[in-house]
Unconditional design. Structure first.
Length: 45
């Protein structure tokens, strides 16, 4: 799952990856827990 977060200045939140994929920037992402909705997952970022 990937989420694109945009603020009121039309800027998109990214983060700089570490390890094997460094120094690539990426969007916020993660995994859904069993029974978790997309909204719940986004609220936990």
């Amino acid at each position: 799952m990937g989420v694109i977060l945009e603020n009121t200045n039309n800027e998109i939140l990214t983060y700089k990856r570490k390890g094997f994929h460094a120094p690539v920037f990426s969007i916020a992402k993660g995994h859904l827990k069993e029974g978790e909705t997309f909204k719940e997952a986004v609220d936990n970022i």
